[in-house]
Write a protein of this length. Structure first.
Length: 288
């Protein structure tokens, strides 16, 4: 009887602890998502109600902010979206191709100084972006690339993101080397081994690199701010900045409306490839 009472009390305590944990997690989730919900609500409010109402439900729904935000600047916001898509897609292609090539060399090829080069590559992870910003700007200015998309895109084709190289190296090391040896016996060169054997088996890690590259490039503000000066070349993030003028009139309705639209590609890209993303992170570095 005593054992049953003890077991019942333990079960009750466990249930209470579980309920409390869920309540805390739900509360934390609401606190984290509240700014996003407020921004979504503000995008449908009239301009004079954005900062005066505390309710998340607008008293009147209006699409004026979306219309003014899309067409209210000298350049249509659609141009900013197309610029961001172009840069993001090119960066994805460049990162996936160049980083996978570098990772293939580090993980599957034998050459002198491989470990030293790999260690130096990993050391670049400890360098903040701001340390190399000025030398890079001077270099791109001498090349005549400032105020073009080239400084934002070309480095991605040169395997500059050590994080993705390291991620792919860990994944490639989990693939059996017997596959390479069998392909070479059949007459495949290292290039064909990379393209015909490694790449088809590496879709999860390639998708992971693609998703992170797209999100980080789409959300990048500092890079375009440094290298782009003409409004027709602005990205979506730079376009959002133009709605807020410290010396004049700010269009907060258009800012919130375009901010909501700017989040849609990121959410859509993540939702489309989330399975591959989770699989790529879960299997990286694991022997199979």
């Amino acid at each position: 009887m005593t054992n049953k009472l003890s077991l019942s009390k333990a079960t009750t305590r466990s249930r209470v602890a579980g309920i409390i944990a869920h309540v805390l997690l739900i509360g934390a989730s609401v606190a984290m998502i509240y700014p996003l919900l407020w921004m979504l609500s503000a995008s449908f409010r009239p301009e004079n109600e954005i900062f005066t109402s505390t309710s998340l439900i607008p008293s009147t729904f209006s699409l004026t902010s979306y219309i003014e935000g899309w067409n209210g600047l000298p350049v249509s916001f659609g141009r900013f979206f197309s610029n961001s898509f172009l840069i993001a897609i090119l960066c994805v292609i460049g990162n996936v191709f160049s980083c996978s090539l570098a990772a293939f060399a580090f993980s599957r090829l034998e050459f002198r100084g491989r470990r030293i080069c790999f260690a130096l590559m990993l050391m670049t992870l400890m360098l903040p972006y701001h340390v190399t910003l000025i030398p890079q700007y001077v270099l791109f200015r001498e090349l005549g690339w400032v105020n073009t998309f080239l400084p934002l895109v070309v480095p991605k084709f040169l395997a500059v993101d050590a994080f993705f190289i390291f991620l792919m190296v860990q994944f490639f090391r989990g693939l059996p080397k017997e596959l390479d040896e069998a392909a070479m016996i059949d007459g495949c060169s290292p290039w064909r081994v990379y393209w015909k054997v490694i790449m088809p088996l590496s879709m999860p890690v390639l998708a992971t690199a693609s998703i992170f590259t797209f999100i980080w490039t789409w959300d990048d503000f500092l890079g375009p701010l440094i290298y782009l000066s003409d409004m027709p070349q602005y990205t979506a993030m730079l376009g959002l900045r133009t709605f807020v003028d410290s010396s004049g009139v700010s269009n907060f309705g258009g800012l919130f409306a375009m901010s909501v639209l700017s989040l849609v590609p990121v959410f859509a890209f993540f939702l489309l490839f989330q399975r591959l993303l989770i699989e790529g992170i879960a299997t990286t570095g694991m022997k199979r």
